[in-house]
Design a protein around this ligand. Structure first.
Ligand code: ZN
Length: 376
């Protein structure tokens, strides 16, 4: 029996419906805190607002970490200019056109605002896009806007949302936390929720630079990542992410995750997974890897990546619900196998040594001159 069930899809529905943007992840944070307290888990917040939950029910010391980011590309309030609200685009956005509607979250309210004009400012090192809107001027210059798209919609087996990346990853980690609190497996697990990934991995850099992350603990990042025809196909299962646009991940951690996926696929015919280098973007695994953490990734294939649609207009991102359920199943199997990680590596090494011993005598170089004279 696979552990992730239809009931876990409620967590997906609730989490992808939360409003979020880079540096404005408060609603997601609030949800994580409420969820954790319902499940008798403690949340730790670092000095930069990244969230983490540690689960330990073992005397062994073979911890494993998971990480997802809480933001999605969006538009954050800058100022008011000539009676218009000026928003700055953060992350890879589809630039809205005149008269497009955005949903503004400010003053504890939601308001629809209308785009009047956009402006691109280029300097030598950066490009900034600004959007000027009318319809509501907040009392306090604090808040953000998202596209006016469905927060959640299920059609057949496809789940649509304005912010699947990476709220789907956060939802999978929360589903895992609910399973940890319910089943209490023997394991030591760290779960991290990072901020402002879409503006250059700001939260994860803070965690890496200022030692929020436990040294030497392998960390598996979760993403909703651009589907790649023939490589990472929607509906074909969770993707074990071997690498991203900037390179390959840690071989040992990737091998552990592949072993977990292949053992689950052997036991459960309904579990499906793919393995691929997802080079549609760079993810937090690359950051962690370059900061010296052993890391790899998993992802669900994402349609309308960063709200880009064939029409050129912003549309909901979408995933296949079974890919997401398989992500939760793979998380769970990784947890159950986490303590065997080092033993698995040793067993593989012993397998190589056994084969070597069988054939070692054939390597004896003293034979070579003799063989040459006999054979040729
Ligand atoms: Zn992402």
């Amino acid at each position: 029996m696979l552990i992730a069930e239809e009931k876990h899809l409620k967590i997906l529905q609730e989490v992808v419906s939360l409003p979020t943007a880079p540096f404005y992840e408060e609603r997601v944070v609030q949800y994580i805190h409420e969820f954790a307290s319902k499940h008798n888990l403690l949340v730790h917040q670092d000095a930069y607002g990244n969230q983490s939950v540690e689960y330990k029910n073992t005397n062994n010391s073979v911890p494993l970490g998971f990480l997802a980011h809480m933001d999605h590309p969006g538009f954050v309030i800058e100022s008011v200019e000539k009676s218009l609200l000026k928003l700055r685009a953060l992350g890879g956005v589809v630039v809205p056109q005149k008269e497009d509607k955005l949903r503004l979250f400010a003053d504890r309210k939601e308001n629809l605002v209308s785009v009047v004009e956009t402006l691109e400012e280029k300097t030598e090192s950066t490009k900034a896009t600004y959007v000027f809107t009318q319809g509501y001027i907040p009392e306090k210059m604090y808040g953000f806007a998202m596209y006016d798209l469905d927060a959640y919609r299920l059609e057949q087996d496809i789940v649509y949302s304005r912010a699947m990346d990476d709220l789907a990853g956060c939802a999978a980690l929360l589903a895992l936390l609910s399973l940890l609190s319910e089943k209490k497996p023997q394991a030591h697990i760290h779960v991290f929720f990072s901020r402002a990934e879409e503006t250059g991995f700001i939260g994860t850099c803070a965690m890496s630079l200022y030692n929020t992350l436990p040294q030497g603990v392998p960390i598996i990042t979760l993403e909703a990542s651009k589907e790649l025809p023939g490589i990472a196909v929607q509906g074909e299962g969770v993707v074990v992410r071997l690498g991203d646009r900037s390179g390959m991940f840690d071989g040992e951690t990737t091998a552990f995750l592949l072993d977990a996926a292949s053992s689950l696929a052997t036991q459960e015919k309904d579990f499906r997974y793919q393995k691929a280098i997802l080079n549609g973007g760079t993810c937090e695994s690359s950051v962690l890897y370059n900061f010296g953490y052993p890391t790899t990734g998993m992802a669900v294939p994402l349609g309308c990546y960063h709200n880009n649609s064939p029409s050129g207009k912003a549309e909901c991102e979408y995933i296949h619900k079974n890919d997401w359920l398989n992500m939760v199943n793979l998380l769970w199997t990784s947890v159950l196998q986490s303590e065997q990680r080092i033993a698995q590596k040793e067993a593989k090494k012993q397998g190589f040594i056994k084969r070597f011993k069988e054939h070692e005598h054939r390597l004896n170089i003293s034979y070579i001159p003799q063989l040459v004279s006999e054979l040729f």
